[in-house]
Write a protein that binds this ligand. Structure first.
Ligand code: ZN
Length: 84
């Protein structure tokens, strides 16, 4: 499922999300990590298309959690869920 036409549901707390996280919304894989993100997990996927790694972050300011797909077929920055 590497089509770019998938609509992603962005779930976040409009009141709570910090400016740094807001700046990552809908950004692609080339957008760098912001300073308040903590790396929680890395999943290394070897695909036919090459290395498709996923990096999981949470924000120390607003607790927003992210998945960053950096591979060629990756979707870039995606919200996962918000810890409440
Ligand atoms: Zn944040």
């Amino acid at each position: 499922m590497n089509t770019k036409n998938i609509s992603t549901t962005y779930i976040f707390d409009e009141e709570k999300i910090c400016d740094d996280c807001r700046s990552l919304l809908k950004k692609d894989r080339f957008r760098p990590v912001h300073k308040n993100l903590i790396l929680n997990n890395v999943i290394n996927n070897k695909m036919i298309t090459g290395q498709e790694d996923e990096f999981y972050y949470s924000c120390r300011v607003c607790s927003t959690t992210w998945r960053h797909e950096t591979g060629k077929g990756g979707f870039g920055w995606q919200l996962t869920k918000i810890d409440s």
